[in-house]
Ligand binder design. Structure first.
Ligand SMILES: [Zn+2]
Length: 325
């Protein structure tokens, strides 16, 4: 069985110091240079890389807001639904009372210290820089600010730099960074809340199909089959586990996330993503169980491992296939 996502050896689109292949394994034909790519390619590589890192940090800062607020917004929506359902019972009013302002979304209210409520001033809200200047503490009450904030910003900046290095200044690099950013947010939410929100996974499926209308990472046929196959693979694993052992081995969000990865990277990327995520998940799960940090039956959030498989496939191609070929 051929495992190459695309057999077309494509010409390099833009002549830049950045490589625009998948480390020797082309996943898709590289499209003709657009005026956008040409305009960006005219900039010196150092400026371009600096630009990518700054954009990555800023988007990382936004991802922190998404990771913190999206689960709260979802819980609010569920509470509102429940309150409507139980509107004739005396406790329905309590369901809506969560102590947060009425208008709570990704933009409002302004970011504040969760401990003392101090609203962050502009200079306290600069990605990474503010955390370093304040030495990871709130300027008002001195409470430690989680390492998660700079970690997410750095991860996002690394993805932006990685996308530029791997694909050059192109629409493809922007798309790769958008996928990476969504995967970072989804993974962090899954780690903290054991939840992969539909608000991230479903738009990611449609976005993957749209991106590949122009054969960006793979052709549309492979993307479409990838979306369906990605969903069905984990859906089957879920039902096999459930019927044989009576346990739910994974959440429905995992099916949707693998469907999205199939839509972005094509069906042929799925075996590698599944193998990497299963092996990584098993190793981490075993280590956590042996060290007593997790019980054996406890479900492991699988999103971060699927994301790890996706990152390797996106930036390094399909090295596993070469090992087994
Ligand atoms: Zn504070």
């Amino acid at each position: 069985m051929s495992v190459l996502l695309s057999s077309a050896a494509a010409p390099t689109a833009v002549s830049t110091p950045f490589a625009s292949s998948f480390n020797g394994t082309p996943l898709a034909p590289v499209d003709a240079p657009s005026s956008f790519s040409l305009a960006l390619a005219a900039l010196p590589p150092g400026v371009l890389m600096g630009f990518a890192i700054v954009i990555g940090l800023v988007i990382g800062s936004f991802l922190n807001v998404v990771v913190h607020r999206l689960p709260i917004m979802l819980e609010r929506a569920w509470r509102a639904d429940a309150a409507e359902l139980f509107s004739d019972t005396p406790c329905s009013g309590d369901l809506l009372n969560d102590g947060l302002p009425a208008r709570y979304n990704l933009w409002l209210p302004r970011s504040a210290c969760p401990h003392c409520g101090h609203v962050l001033r502009a200079w306290e809200n600069i990605p990474l820089v503010s955390w370093l200047l304040l030495r990871g503490r709130c300027s008002q009450c001195g409470t430690r600010v989680s390492l998660r904030y700079p970690a997410v910003e750095i991860a996002s900046a690394l993805c932006a730099a990685g996308a530029l290095l791997a694909f050059g200044p192109s629409v493809k690099a922007l798309a790769a960074f958008a996928l990476s950013a969504a995967l970072i947010a989804a993974s962090m939410i899954d780690l903290e809340h054991h939840l992969l929100p539909d608000a991230i996974t479903l738009p990611l499926v449609w976005a993957g199909l749209l991106v590949n209308l122009a054969d960006t990472f793979t052709d549309l046929r492979s993307a479409l089959i990838g979306a369906v196959a990605g969903y069905l693979v984990l859906w089957s694993v879920y039902w096999i586990f459930r019927l044989l052992r009576g346990v739910e081995g994974m959440g429905h969000g995992d099916f949707k996330l693998l469907a999205a990865l199939g839509a972005w990277l094509g069906w042929a990327a799925l075996p590698q993503i599944v193998v990497i995520s299963a092996v990584a998940g098993a190793v981490v799960g075993l280590a956590a169980t042996l060290s007593g940090r997790m019980r054996f039956e406890e479900p492991l959030p699988f999103g971060p491992y699927l994301a790890a498989g996706a990152f390797i496939t996106l930036f390094a191609g399909t090295p596993l296939y070469r090992v087994f070929a």
